[in-house]
Structures are given as structure tokens and as C-alpha cells.
Design a protein. Structure first.
Length: 307
């Protein structure tokens, strides 16, 4: 075992404790290699301090796939810099990665933060070529509240329509431990974000599943204590399949709600092959797109992966 591997192995228990306590992720970022990624930080995609993003460009990127990642934090907290490990990890797999901030409660409530998310995606589509990305190979991805954001962008066409886009502009989307069907709201922190007790039913991603939705990769911790994986990940996967939308549904045993996203980082990849799964999904969509074009058939004709 190399010296660097020993350091990562020895640090793993401390990192697990830090992540489980929702503490800052600086240690995780410090132990995550750059893998040759070039960071361009503090780019404006709109007005105000919360409408900024960072771009992680892979070495020698040219017409590479582009993933726009949104972090969690119950729509009340979070910072793009805490998720540098996500940008570096995805860039190491040849993916141009955009990590965006968005406005949070109490500054805004639903649905205002979704307008920010859509604006960040539109920025990525418009500017990706300047960072070695292909705007036609665009994905959205998120963890927890960020997975909700990604789901709403991929399933509810209203938000991208405001940016002159549609979900059809997405090659696919990835959700990690996402809340997709959470009415009635039980979490007291979440309630004011969604106007409780008058939460609009259309705020739920599962209400927007349609036959034309982009392919999805849904990953969850089997024993998630914060977001019920059977109702949310399983329920949304079933709804997508019912509409003949290609979806891959994956559950892991060694991770929690929080450490699921942490398993993308090098020190915690022994917990779950999350990075491999995301990279494989992106690669599969690239190949599938070519097959569909040749066969002249619709996306819904593809066989949905087994659960």
C-alpha cells in the first residue's frame, strides 16, 4: 500500500464522523486529489452573491460531457466550495463539471431557487464550449435538496422554458438521495421553504413525470434516515418506468444520506462505487444516443435497467 493510500485509509474514520455530523467538508477536499483538473472559480451566471459557479475542466477536455451539480443543505445552507471533491472526481473521468450556488431560504422560497438552478444550467449550455465541454452533452446532477433541484429541472419544463430551453436539451440527469415525493412535509426546517401548510402539490417532482423525460440515474442509501429511499427513489423510478423513461435505480448498504455524496471523494470510495456508477451512466447515455439515432426510434423504446 502506498503512503498516500495509507493516509487516506487512516483518515477515513474521521472523515465519516465529520460527514455524519454535517460539518464542513474541508478535510475531505484536502484529501481529494486534483487529478489534473483546472478550476475556474467565481463565475457569475446571474446577479448577486449566490448566483456564482465554479467550473472543473478535465485535462485536454475537448467536446466533453458536461454535468451541472447542485449540492444539498435543505435549501437553507451550502456552498459550492465545499464540493470541490465532486468537481475534481467527475473531471478525473473526463467530465466538465459545473458546481453552482443558488439562493436559499430565508432570502427566497419555492420556486425562486429553481429559477436560479435553471439559469445556471442555461449558462453551462451557453458557455461549456469555452471550457472544453459539448453543450449537446449536458446533464444535471444533485445530492439531497440538490437532487430535488435536478429532478425539477429535468421533469418540470417550466424552469428551463424561462431560459429558452427544455428538458429535451438534457442528455440525462442524476439524483443522489433525493426527496421527490415528500408531502405532507414533516421536517420543520423544510416547511417554510415550501409555504407550509399551503405547499403547492406541483412542487413535487413525481407530479411531473412524463414520457419525454430524459434518462435518469437514481442512487440512494438503503438505510437513509432523512429521505425515505423506498418512497422517493423507488417511487420516482417506478413512475418513470411506467412512462417508459429509461432509469437506473441503485441502492448502497454502507453509506448514509450524507456519506453517499462523500463516497464520490477518493478517501471514501471504499464505501460505495458512486463515482463509477455516475461515470458509467454518462458513458451509457452517449452510446445509447448514437444507437437511437441510427435506429430512428424514440428514447422510450429502450429497455429499462433492472432494479
Amino acid at each position: 500500500m502506498t503512503r498516500s493510500a495509507l493516509v487516506l485509509f487512516a483518515a477515513a474514520p474521521l472523515l465519516l464522523l465529520a460527514l455524519a455530523a454535517c460539518s464542513p467538508l474541508k478535510a475531505l477536499n484536502a484529501l481529494s486529489p486534483g487529478d489534473g483538473a483546472t478550476l475556474t472559480a467565481d463565475l457569475d451566471y446571474g446577479e448577486g452573491p449566490r448566483r456564482k459557479l465554479d467550473v472543473y475542466r478535465p485535462r485536454d477536455a475537448n467536446a466533453a460531457p458536461v454535468v451541472v451539480f447542485f449540492y444539498g443543505g435543505n435549501w437553507v445552507g451550502g456552498n459550492r466550495g465545499d464540493y470541490a471533491f465532486v468537481g475534481r472526481a467527475l473531471a478525473s473521468r473526463g467530465i466538465v463539471t459545473v458546481i453552482a450556488d443558488y439562493r436559499l431560504y430565508p432570502e427566497v422560497r419555492y420556486p425562486e431557487f429553481l429559477k436560479d438552478v435553471a439559469q445556471a444550467v442555461a449558462w453551462a449550455r451557453r458557455e461549456a464550449v469555452h471550457y472544453g465541454g459539448d453543450p449537446k452533452r449536458l446533464y444535471v446532477m444533485g445530492h439531497s435538496a440538490g437532487a430535488y433541484n435536478a429532478a425539477m429541472i429535468a421533469l418540470d419544463g417550466r424552469w428551463l422554458a424561462e431560459q429558452g430551453m427544455s428538458p429535451a436539451d438534457l442528455r440525462g440527469w442524476i439524483g443522489l438521495a433525493g426527496p421527490y415525493d415528500f408531502l405532507p412535509i414533516e421536517n420543520p426546517t423544510t416547511r417554510p421553504v415550501f409555504h407550509f401548510p399551503d405547499t403547492p402539490p406541483e412542487s413535487q417532482p413525481i407530479r411531473h413525470v412524463g414520457a419525454g423525460a430524459p434518462p435518469a440515474l437514481l442512487i440512494a442509501a438503503r438505510s437513509d434516515k432523512l429521505v425515505n429511499p423506498q418512497r422517493n427513489t423507488g417511487g420516482l423510478a417506478d413512475a418513470l418506468r411506467a412512462r417508459q423513461v429509461p432509469v437506473r435505480e441503485v441502492y448502497y448498504d454502507k453509506v448514509s444520506h450524507t456519506t453517499l455524496v462523500g463516497s464520490i471523494a477518493a478517501p471514501l470510495r471504499w464505501l460505495a462505487p458512486t463515482l463509477d456508477e455516475v461515470a458509467s451512466f454518462v458513458t451509457a447515455q452517449e452510446g445509447r444516443r448514437e444507437q437511437v439515432a441510427v435506429a430512428h426510434c424514440c428514447q422510450g423504446s429502450a429497455r429499462a435497467p433492472d432494479r
